[in-house]
Design a protein around this ligand. Structure first.
Ligand SMILES: Cc1ncc(COP(=O)(O)O)c(C=O)c1O
Length: 393
């Protein structure tokens, strides 16, 4: 496989797949690999889900794109479905998670403008990941992602994830804060959950309400059933003003969304933001088909039970060696002791056990299996992982 013409923005693994079905990926020799990563939390309904494939095929043969100069019936339907699921008032469709967050961050700046701020700031978290556009990468913590890009560092205040005192301190030190942006569970930064779980979001909302900041949730990774609720914030009583999502939203079709309610309503008007491709008839019909599959509810229940099964299967055997688990639903982190060398784990899982995984934050195995994974497949995830990990202790 030659990558001569591709910019070297990725350290790619020495394998490629030619087809996928459900929880499985196949090479051109038809060797099956059990996919516990789903394209980094994207194919939540499994590869080539029949209802989504059908929606793509039918719409591709009917009408792909007209632009947002015209009414788009499927965008209206997808918007209604998504806002109902998310308990939000209205949506702007984009094409990726970064674009959805870019919209949210631009909206925060408009809000600041309305409030008369000169140099608005947004509170973001250490270990956060929000994307690669200039504003979203400026909000991102990872120094490697930001290095050399003259990121807009003065426009963000970074505080430790899970630390409410740090937010109160920021509020005391800065007058021009307009919003707070946070992932309910940090995905790229190590699968971090707050000590008090989703109740953390309630405390964050209270701070936002007290200071009239926009409370903005990045559910690019945690949304669309990944944690066992449609959106992760629905595990709590918190309600965001702005909610972004992507990844599972199109089950592999590129689409993102930025939703608003309450005080964030009406910030964007005609001409203030846009996208040629956002919410095409094709993308919108895919979003609607994913909604139809997900809103039956059983898939999210399955994500909870299978996620717990996989977590328990690993910790039951390896807890005694200092292995612990975290996350929710099918967003699973398996934290290994720092003494374990994790540098070969992804390659060995793939080459020796035909299992696709990811390692994040140095010592956390990140599993993002399909939400509808079958029990015999979950058993295989556990068996293959135990075969990989047990010899390390
Ligand atoms: C929480 C979060 N926000 C934003 C993004 C960026 O999404 P995209 O790669 O679709 O631009 C990601 C991608 O991993 C993410 O996990």
């Amino acid at each position: 496989m030659s990558a001569t013409y591709l910019m070297p923005t990725y350290n790619r693994q020495p394998i490629s797949f030619t087809r996928g079905l459900g929880s499985w990926l196949y090479t051109k020799e038809d060797t099956p690999y059990l996919d516990a990563l789903t394209g980094i939390a994207v194919c939540g309904l499994g590869h080539c889900h029949p209802q989504v494939t059908d929606a793509i095929q039918q719409q591709a043969a009917t009408l792909v794109h007209t632009s947002n100069l015209f009414g788009i019936d499927w965008q209206e339907r997808a918007g209604q479905a998504l806002c109902t699921a998310a308990q939000m008032d209205s949506v702007f469709f984009a094409n990726s998670g970064a674009e959805a967050n870019e919209a949210a961050l631009k909206m925060a700046r408009l809000y600041a403008h309305q409030c008369g701020f000169k140099r608005p700031k947004v509170i973001v978290m250490e270990q956060s990941f929000h994307g690669r556009t200039l504003l979203s990468v400026s909000a991102t913590a990872n120094p490697k992602a930001r290095e050399g890009f003259f990121t807009l560092d003065d426009d963000f205040i970074r505080v430790p994830f899970g630390d409410i005192d740090a937010i109160q301190q920021a509020a005391a030190e800065h007058e021009d804060i307009c919003a707070l942006l946070v992932e309910p569970i940090q995905g790229e930064g190590g699968l971090n959950t707050a000590d008090n779980g989703f109740a953390y979001l309630e405390a964050l909302q209270a701070e936002c309400d007290a200071h009239d900041w926009l409370f903005m949730l990045d559910e690019v990774q945690t949304g669309n059933g990944r944690t066992g609720k449609y959106f992760a914030y629905q595990h709590s009583s918190a309600r965001p003003d702005v909610l972004t999502t992507a990844k599972g939203l199109g089950n592999g079709f590129p689409v993102g969304a930025c939703m608003v309610r309450g005080r964030a309503n009406g910030l964007f008007g005609a001409g203030s933001h846009g996208s040629t491709y956002g919410g095409t008839p094709l993308a919108s019909r895919v979003v609607h088909s994913v909604y139809e599959v997900l809103s039956d509810g059983d898939i999210m229940k399955n994500a909870v039970s299978e996620g717990q099964f996989i977590r328990d299967g690993i910790t039951d055997k390896l807890q005694k060696h200092g292995v612990s688990s975290r996350g929710a639903g099918m967003m699973i982190g398996i934290a290994l002791p720092e003494s374990i060398d994790c540098s070969q784990l992804v390659d060995r899982a793939r080459d020796e056990h035909q299992l696709i995984i990811n390692v994040t934050g140095g010592h956390v195995i990140r599993l993002l299996p399909p939400l509808n994974m079958q029990r015999d497949e979950s058993e295989q995830v556990v068996e293959r992982l135990l075969s990989l990990l047990t010899p390390l202790f």
